[in-house]
Design a binder for this molecule. Structure first.
Ligand code: SF4
Length: 214
């Protein structure tokens, strides 16, 4: 895949090669596959760790696996995933070039997670972000957005106010842009949102091209 024009910022002496990232992600994937740290392991068929290039510059974060994702062990493969593929295309992106994961790694029977479950499971998401070091994080829906806002010290805001906007997030060793978006499934439940989502993703694509990220 063609490497795009932004430079990863890394600590001196840190192993940043793709091989190292693959190894670290695989070790973490194995940990998730055996995880029983919250009650959701009981109702999963397959944990959904996430997928994409280990050095992806764009990371997408949703809430958690639905029925189809649980059966296939892959993120965003149901109806919402099909719409997500369309949105990626609108932005000029291909699914294979972004890393896609979720806040929660196991099937959510009621499509929601408790605060305790989120607190427990996000240790894995935190490590994925640390390993991949994406330059752009796109959060899909309220749960992922609130989690990333909180993690990087931003005040939570309603999705109506923040969708499609660009925020800068940073720690001493990491900096990236954050773009909160409505979850693709929200447009399936509420069709008038479809146009808003398409326009947000089109604008996101324009911004990426201006930055020469794509
Ligand atoms: S949801 Fe997360 S914390 Fe809970 S069992 Fe699955 S991997 Fe472990």
């Amino acid at each position: 895949m063609k490497k795009r024009g932004i430079t990863l910022k890394v600590r001196e002496g840190e192993q940043t090669g793709v091989e190292s990232r693959i190894q670290r992600l695989e070790a973490l994937r194995k940990e998730v596959e055996g995880c029983r740290k919250c009650p959701l392991w009981r109702t999963r068929k397959n944990p959904v760790f996430g997928e994409g290039p280990p050095d992806a510059e764009i990371m997408l974060i949703g809430l958690g696996p639905g029925r189809q994702e649980d059966l296939q062990g892959r993120p965003f493969v149901g109806a919402a995933g099909k719409f997500l593929d369309q949105l990626l295309e609108v932005a000029g992106l291909r699914r294979e070039e972004v890393y896609i994961t979720n806040v929660m790694k196991c099937f959510l029977p009621e499509n929601r997670a408790t605060d305790d479950e989120i607190r427990t499971c996000t240790q894995y998401l935190d490590q994925q972000i640390e390993i991949i070091q994406p330059k752009v994080i796109v959060t899909l829906g309220n749960v992922a957005t609130n989690y990333i806002f909180g993690k990087f010290g931003l005040k939570p805001e309603a999705m109506e106010k923040v969708h499609g906007k660009i925020f800068e997030i940073s720690t001493l060793i990491f900096q990236a842009h954050l773009i909160p978006m409505y979850h693709p499934a929200s447009a399936l439940r509420n069709p008038p949102l479809r146009g808003t989502l398409i326009e947000d993703w089109r604008e996101f694509g324009r911004w990426l091209r201006e930055l020469r990220v794509v």
